[in-house]
Ligand binder design. Structure first.
Ligand code: SF4
Ligand code: SF4
Length: 97
């Protein structure tokens, strides 16, 4: 299982700072991937990112609300079909400090 970032994400980057396996990656801010994403193949389901999110955008996969069900596949697709891991600068990619 994995955790999933939904489209509620406001790109503040707090989750990135606590993930013990560094599996949360922002979509390039000016590109086609508007939020941050969790690599489902690397996430260890620890839940550390959930309380850090100021807008409650992160859910265990089994608890993703129906309205955001499509985000489950998008998180995976970011790593298989999208930018995936890239050499980003978190301070430049986050929207607010
Ligand atoms: S649940 Fe844990 S391992 Fe998975 S993305 Fe969140 S902090 Fe990282
Ligand atoms: S903590 Fe929440 S709002 Fe901030 S980048 Fe992570 S998922 Fe997005």
């Amino acid at each position: 299982m994995t955790h999933v970032i939904t489209s509620l994400c406001i790109r503040d980057g707090a989750c990135v700072e606590v993930c013990p396996v560094e599996c949360i990656v922002p979509g390039p801010k000016d590109g086609d991937w508007p939020i941050f994403y969790i690599d489902p193949d690397t996430c260890i389901d620890c839940g550390a990112c959930v309380p850090e999110c100021p807008v409650d955008a992160i859910f265990p996969e089994e608890d993703v609300p129906d309205d955001f069900a499509g985000d489950i596949e998008l998180n995976a697709a970011f790593f298989t079909d999208g930018p995936g891991y890239w050499a980003y600068n978190l301070e430049e990619e986050r929207v607010r400090e």
